[in-house]
Write a protein that binds this ligand. Structure first.
Ligand code: SAM
Ligand code: SF4
Length: 324
């Protein structure tokens, strides 16, 4: 079992397979970064998997593939199959913007993927385009339909932004309800890479919008999930991911691995340790030692504060590198 320096059990590894993306979401990567990580610095799937096996053997039972846009990386289905074949009962999920799902969903399902979290910020083509800076909506909706058709579990992530898509919170909820899928509203996490012109919504403001049409009851956090769940009077459940809330990090069970092999203990902070040398040399003992050190030093909590966001609230870590 993996326990961090604050006594929390860590059983969830998120693996970012690329920082590259085919969208330019205003809250994540509004502009192409000055430079991408050179391809030769990326770990191969075999190298990533070598570390993942160490983590699985030591207690990780949930893996999420993310990015950047993970579907851009060639051979992803083979990678998923490697993980699935090693431990078929592992909770294996992927986060995607869905743009490439129409042509990949079946292959991912066949490889052993169980669930998808899909980002959907608007149902209006022009608003989706404003956020992603590309005309994406029709293809994203096709991707969601395809994922459901092939039998993948689907959850929707929406990041509400003031004056942009905040008037679509109820519409996105209706869209999800009609398909019997869960929506999770994510508070915008201030970070230095995002567009300066956007403003996120606090969890309580998101809930106010839902209350305009529904009565809601709090269900609470589902185990170590980042999502605080609510239920509507008609029984529909939705989630709120509220990293600004003071108790958000209490049960954090996650660590993150980037495509170049940086093991990151917390989404907010820049601190990381590389497992690249260890896996390139096939040194399992060294990889395990890096894992132990990262767990020992995992911060107690992030610094997105609940009230009065200020300079301190702005993380310098890029979401497209860490995978959210
Ligand atoms: N490209 C994929 C996608 O968009 O789903 C996976 C990577 S993306 C970095 C993972 C998640 O992080 C998405 O749900 C996205 O909405 C979320 N995200 C990115 N930047 C964020 C920010 N500044 N605040 C809150 N959520 C953010
Ligand atoms: Fe790409 Fe996902 Fe970031 Fe949007 S949120 S720019 S789709 S990595």
């Amino acid at each position: 079992m993996l326990i961090d320096g604050h006594g929390r059990t860590v059983d969830y590894l998120r693996v970012s397979v690329t920082e590259r993306c085919n969208f330019r979401c205003q809250y994540c990567m509004p502009e192409k970064p000055f430079s991408w990580v050179p391809r030769e610095n990326l770990l191969s799937f075999e190298e990533l998997f070598l570390f993942m096996k160490v983590a699985i053997d030591e207690g990780v039972n949930k893996i999420r593939i993310t990015g950047g846009e993970p579907l851009l990386r060639e051979g992803l289905d083979t990678f998923i199959k490697m993980i699935h074949d090693y431990k078929p009962d592992i909770d294996l999920a992927l986060t995607t913007n869905a743009f490439l799902l129409p042509q990949t969903a079946q292959k991912l399902k066949d490889a052993g993927l169980k669930r998808l979290n899909i980002s959907l910020d608007s149902l209006k083509p022009e608003v989706a385009q404003q956020i992603a800076q590309k005309d994406v909506l029709a293809q994203v909706l096709k991707g969601i339909d395809k994922a459901l058709e092939v039998g993948l579990g689907v959850k929707i992530n929406m990041v509400p932004l003031k004056g942009i898509n905040d008037n679509e919170i109820l519409d996105i909820m209706d869209y999800c309800k009609a398909r019997n899928i869960k929506v999770r509203f994510i508070e915008y996490m201030e970070n230095a890479h995002a567009s300066k012109s956007i403003e996120g919504m606090h969890g309580r403001e998101i809930l106010e919008k839902v209350k305009e049409r529904h009565t809601i009851n709090a269900l609470g956090r589902e185990g170590a999930s980042p999502s605080f769940n609510y239920v509507l009077d008609d029984g529909y459940e939705f989630g709120l991911i509220d990293p600004h809330k003071h108790d958000f990090c209490e049960n954090c069970n996650r660590i993150r691995l980037t495509a170049e092999g940086n093991l990151i203990p917390c989404l907010y902070f820049d601190e990381a340790m590389s497992i690249a040398k260890a896996v390139k040399e096939g040194d399992i003992e060294a990889a395990s030692q890096v894992l132990a050190k990262v767990l020992k030093d995992k911060p107690k909590e992030n610094r997105w504060s609940e009230d009065n966001p200020n300079e301190e609230d702005i993380s310098t870590r890029a979401f497209y590198e860490t995978g959210g």
